[in-house]
Design a binder for this molecule. Structure first.
Ligand SMILES: [Zn+2]
Ligand SMILES: [Zn+2]
Length: 291
């Protein structure tokens, strides 16, 4: 009953934050994309489709997020090890720069853990056909734009976030209020960064290309040029691509075309969310009938 109550109250409370934190902030990016686009500027329907997919995915994947958190908390009592006790407040004790360091730690500690898991799950999605059936929805955007950041299938979001929430709770024992704050700060930072690097603005920030994912770095990941396939998987920190040998440094004028030539973009919300499930079913059905 507690699970259903938590789910219902979170569902009711999330529409306003979604609009405030993920739809309204798109406006300055949209203006910049119309004024200084890479190629043809995105159209209204390009934005609306991405926003619809993003909102439906947020709602459809919520139960898994709550389940991961509570399962992890329950399992903690059975662990043969003690989760690391960590407080961000200790970082804040450093003289003068302490408060700023504390906020930076709250953004970047969860981000490093998130990005390590994200890098490998994302790399697998490009290598395993059953996972690619879901992830190609993200890549199928015909005119990538700031709202593409939310264009993810709900089952892909569950697969990407379930294990990071689940495992984080088993490794680190954070105070609940600190964990909530850190999750909020790092999520807001990531949303802003992801809107920026998906945007179709012709902008170069070469000094940041290895530090944080930039529009040119992520455009390489969405590129139609085979030379760019399987490059730049990171969500925020390109260091993982550098470490694991998949980093492609964009050239000065490298703004390649994006999209997929062998898969048409879904034209409705239904085909975006249901289509990949049907593809997966068609993959496993022959195996089931053979037995
Ligand atoms: Zn990808
Ligand atoms: Zn992307």
């Amino acid at each position: 009953m507690a699970f259903a109550d938590t789910l219902l109250s979170q569902m009711k409370g999330m529409l306003l934050p979604i609009l405030l934190w993920t739809v309204l902030p798109l406006i300055p990016f949209i203006i910049a994309e119309q004024l200084r686009p890479v190629g043809q500027a995105p159209r209204l329907r390009d934005y609306t489709m991405n926003i619809l997919i993003g909102i439906s995915t947020a709602y459809l994947s919520l139960p898994a997020g709550i389940a991961a958190g509570s399962l992890s908390a329950q399992l903690r009592g059975w662990l043969p090890w003690t989760p690391l006790s960590f407080t961000f407040a200790s970082v804040g004790m450093v003289p003068v720069v302490g408060p700023a360091l504390e906020v930076l730690a709250m953004i970047f500690v969860p981000l490093v853990l998130h990005d390590f898991w994200f890098y490998w799950s994302h790399r697998l999605e490009h290598a395993v056909p059953a996972l690619w059936a879901f992830h190609r929805i993200h890549h199928s955007d015909p005119r990538m734009n700031a709202a593409t950041f939310g264009r993810d299938h709900f089952l892909q979001t569950i697969w990407r976030t379930f294990f990071s929430i689940f495992t984080l709770g088993l490794i680190v024992d954070l105070h609940l209020s600190e964990a909530g704050k850190a999750a909020l700060y790092s999520t807001l930072f990531l949303i802003g960064l992801s809107m920026f690097y998906h945007s179709a603005i012709r902008v170069r920030v070469p000094g940041f290309n290895r530090l944080l994912v930039t529009p040119q770095v992520h455009r390489i990941h969405h590129s139609t040029d085979p030379a760019h396939y399987n490059k730049n998987f990171a969500d925020a920190l390109p260091i993982f691509d550098v470490l694991f040998g998949t980093y492609h440094s964009p050239g000065r004028e490298e703004f390649p075309a994006t999209g997929l030539s062998d898969f048409p973009a879904p034209r409705s919300l239904w085909s975006a969310q249901w289509g990949p499930v049907a593809v997966l079913w068609n993959m496993i059905r022959p195996r089931l009938t053979l037995r």
